[in-house]
Design a protein around this ligand. Sequence first.
Ligand code: HPA
Ligand code: ZN
Length: 334
Amino acid sequence: MLHFINQLPKAELHLHIEGTFEPELMFEIAKRNGIKIKYNSVEEIRNAYQFDCLQDFLDIYYAGAGVLIHEQDFYDLTYSYLEICAEQNVRHTEIMFDPQTHTDRGVSFETVINGISNACKDAEGKLGVTSLLIMSYLRHLSEEEAFKTLEQSLPYKHLIKAVGLDSSEMGNPPSKFKNVFEASVKEGYIPVAHAGEEGPAEYIWEALDILNIKRIDHGNNCFEDDLIDEIVKRDIALTVCPLSNTALRVVDDLKNHPIKKMMSKGLKVTVNSDDPAYFGGQVNQNYIELQDALELTKADLYEFAKNSFQYSLLDKEQKARRIQELDVFYSQNS
Ligand code: HPA
Ligand code: ZN
């Protein structure tokens, strides 16, 4: 099974680039930028990664991102993640980045987008991993601030595929960002959003009906009959993040993870790492631990991988080509 998971061609659809920041690289970049961080060793950093809820994690995640200053820093961060993708047979990835985490510290939008997108371009050539970028608005900030970010992004529109919504969910419903999502769609960005991670089913409704999202990030709290019917009807996928869910106590134990229940209701689910440096594993580790906890079959894992291509933001032909590649693998390894 391990071999099957490692070799399985797949896409990752829920990944925050700032959440891939491994302590070793954080130390290296902090040192070259002359920034003092709160911890004295890699072990100390890893020991600090114990969370009771989403906000606990976010406080540490934003602090870690504070050492990223230069274009090269964003390049190195992104390229390191893409090397890991290649090792895991992640053939395609859709990377979220949080511009406001950086622009609010005086780092320019241009620095962030150039570093990330140049790494993506190089990785496509050297590693064969393709990527698309999702610019995420921080929901604990105002809609007006999100509008500023939208404005800053326009010269780089050709490098960005979609807009997302992340950060502290409770008290920051999707409806708060109605206007900026409308404006983003007018600019050609595809809308997605985190919804129902800690927030209620009502937030998922809002993300669907008010933001008109094309994919739900997390969606754990979707278990209302009408809501499930609506998600199925719209043929929208959930980007599920099992190890994130246990790390942030959205789910108490992987054995109680609702992913099988989601599948049994006809929902399309994918498996993703969210913030792998913080939550104890890359995407393959999420597949491995979930398979073990829920005794999943190869057919279940194939379904996750197929959904990951089918519900990606790639065009029709690219999806078909990658699914065909997956099917060849599956027919030889099932
Ligand atoms: N939820 C909300 N915001 C985030 C997350 C998450 O899981 N990861 C990074 N930002
Ligand atoms: Zn996330």
